[in-house]
Design a protein. Sequence first.
Length: 168
Amino acid sequence: MSQQIVIDSLAFVQEGGSLTGELALARLPRTHDWLVDTDGSVSYRVEASRGERGQPQLQLSVDGTLALRCQRCLEPMVFPLHFCNTLELIADEADLTQEELEDDSRDYLQAQKELDVVALIEDEIILALPFAPRHDSCTPPAPSPDAGPGGEKVSPFAALAALKGKPS
Ligand SMILES: [Zn+2]
């Protein structure tokens, strides 16, 4: 079940390869900090492609639905995961110009003879996850027992009035 998926990245592009499958979330332990539920899986597709100048690329798409933990109310939050990233294969990151490194519209991946596809998918999922997931509007949590009866607060004006009314 948990066999590795390893490709020779440049050969994969030359052969016009494509890979599709399902990946259990249990196999992506680095995503687990975000997840309420590590059951389930995501589907992925890795496809060879070429850039404008014929440069070798991998197109990686991932689809799935994750249950993240809202950082405000700590309740589960459904997160539709869907992305398609194009990764340009390069011989060495050191060969990139400053301009290329700063171009946010392009992503690079060092070409490897033994590219671990599962680790790559895990990296890309982590990049796609929100840093601090939050519901747009949380359902109000149950009043905490520390809030006092009814959770009411004494307004500063009422406190002041009470003070003024006190006989000196
Ligand atoms: Zn929430």
